[in-house]
Design a protein around this ligand. Structure first.
Ligand SMILES: NC(=O)C1=CN([C@@H]2O[C@H](COP(=O)(O)OP(=O)(O)OC[C@H]3O[C@@H](n4cnc5c(N)ncnc54)[C@H](OP(=O)(O)O)[C@@H]3O)[C@@H](O)[C@H]2O)C=CC1
Ligand SMILES: CC(C)(CO)C(=O)C(=O)O
Length: 352
């Protein structure tokens, strides 16, 4: 379906991309809707798996995406039925990490033998030890994939690694906001350059979603993991925005200590980081009063991605015997804060 554009959208439509590429998106939250609206606005057919009131709003009015420069309204084919949406060439997984195990089996009708599955999910991915020679090759990461259920659900050759440099927030059913510049980095799990990688990166870039291919996807992945680890859990404990986390004299020293520990961990896993902590801190502070996705979840009483952006890193640290004392304390405090928030919410719910 084509995108319709509201009066406030003054940007020229992006060039139409590979019309033959069937793109599916599973999960119609902040990232899923931002992606769907951006691609649909460029004329790309998008097949979106959504549910509940959100699905009804999207079917009725499409998706409203507020960007820095304009607001676009895009129609997309949306359904709660993976059968109805059918087999896709590329399927983006856009849920929280802890929802993947519940979601993946239900997506079987959208995944054929040639479908390329691209998880747009923060944290240590369940596929981390697949595709490369490593002491821990083939191993499941218990924190994000208990019992290796995700590893068994999908051949790792069908997965394309991804790192999401996008900020997005849900405004309501069918409405999202994404004001910062977007970047997606994609890469094969075995670090090879493949035609499918080039084709998908080119297609997304043509649709106004700048996408790079990486010959070593774990390098940008570590950059993002370090950014998340330094900001997300502490944002929940403190309630701070990115600007405050990376500039307030009471928070920034803690952030710096987490950065040092996380960089040591990434080095133990052979990451070649293009990561200068001071530049990173300045850039993060410049992102302004943006709430991390984990703080958004906490404020809304939703489960936190602490397994993917906390426990999994402590698991990797244990495997290579890397000490992370400050990180361990911050993760423990965040778990405590999360449990306390949930208990208070439950009590308030009971009182109403
Ligand atoms: N938001 C951001 O700024 C950024 C987010 N990320 C990462 O991207 C990933 C997605 O985050 P985000 O978009 O913010 O998350 P959201 O919570 O906004 O969206 C997740 C969506 O998945 C849906 N969902 C979950 N399980 C199912 C299911 N079984 N069937 C159908 N739909 C399902 C949810 O539905 P429902 O609404 O009904 O619960 C929700 O719409 C996360 O890993 C996050 O950390 C990365 C960079 C930035
Ligand atoms: C914006 C950023 C980088 C903060 O860590 C993020 O990925 C998130 O909010 O989850």
């Amino acid at each position: 379906m084509n995108a319709s554009v509201q009066a406030r959208d003054e940007s020229p439509p992006a060039p139409t991309l590979h019309p033959s590429l069937r793109i599916g998106i599973a999960g119609a939250g902040a990232i899923g809707c931002t992606l769907a609206a951006t691609l649909a606005h460029a004329g790309q057919a998008v097949h979106l798996l959504a549910r509940g009131a959100n699905l009804q709003a999207i079917q009725r009015n499409g998706i409203q995406l507020t960007r820095a420069q304009d607001i676009i309204q895009a129609s997309v084919a949306a359904s709660a039925s993976a059968h109805e949406l059918g087999v896709q060439d590329v399927l983006f997984l856009c849920t929280k990490a802890q929802d993947l195990a519940g979601l993946l089996p239900a997506l079987a009708p959208m995944i054929g033998p040639q479908t390329c599955v691209v998880p747009l999910v923060n944290g240590v991915p369940w596929w981390y030890f697949q595709g490369i020679p490593d002491h821990f090759s083939g191993r499941a990461i218990e924190a994000v994939d208990p019992g290796g259920a995700l590893l068994s659900a999908l051949p790792s050759e069908q997965i394309l690694g991804a790192v999401v440099f996008i900020t997005a927030e849900r405004l309501g059913p069918g409405a999202v906001e994404s004001r910062n510049p977007m970047l997606l980095v994609l890469g094969e799990l075995d670090h090879t350059e493949t035609p499918r990688l080039q084709r998908i990166a080119a297609a997304l870039t043509a649709a106004g979603l700048p996408t790079r291919s990486s010959p070593r996807i774990r390098d940008p992945l570590w950059t993002k993991i370090i950014a998340n680890l330094a900001s997300n859990p502490l944002s929940v404990i403190s309630g701070a925005t990115l600007q405050a986390l990376f500039s307030d004299p009471r928070l920034l020293p803690v952030v710096r200590k987490i950065l040092v520990e996380a960089m040591a961990l990434s080095a133990a896993y052979g990451a070649r980081l293009e990561f200068d902590p001071e530049t990173f801190i300045a850039q993060a502070a410049a992102m302004g009063p943006t709430r991390t996705s984990m703080l958004q979840d906490s404020l809304q009483g939703h489960p936190l991605e602490l397994a993917a952006i906390g426990d999994s890193l402590l698991e990797l640290a244990r495997l290579r015997q890397i000490p992370m004392p400050i990180t361990q304390d911050i993760i423990a405090l965040t778990h405590f804060r999360d449990e306390a928030t949930r208990a208070a919410n439950a009590l308030n719910g009971d009182k109403k």
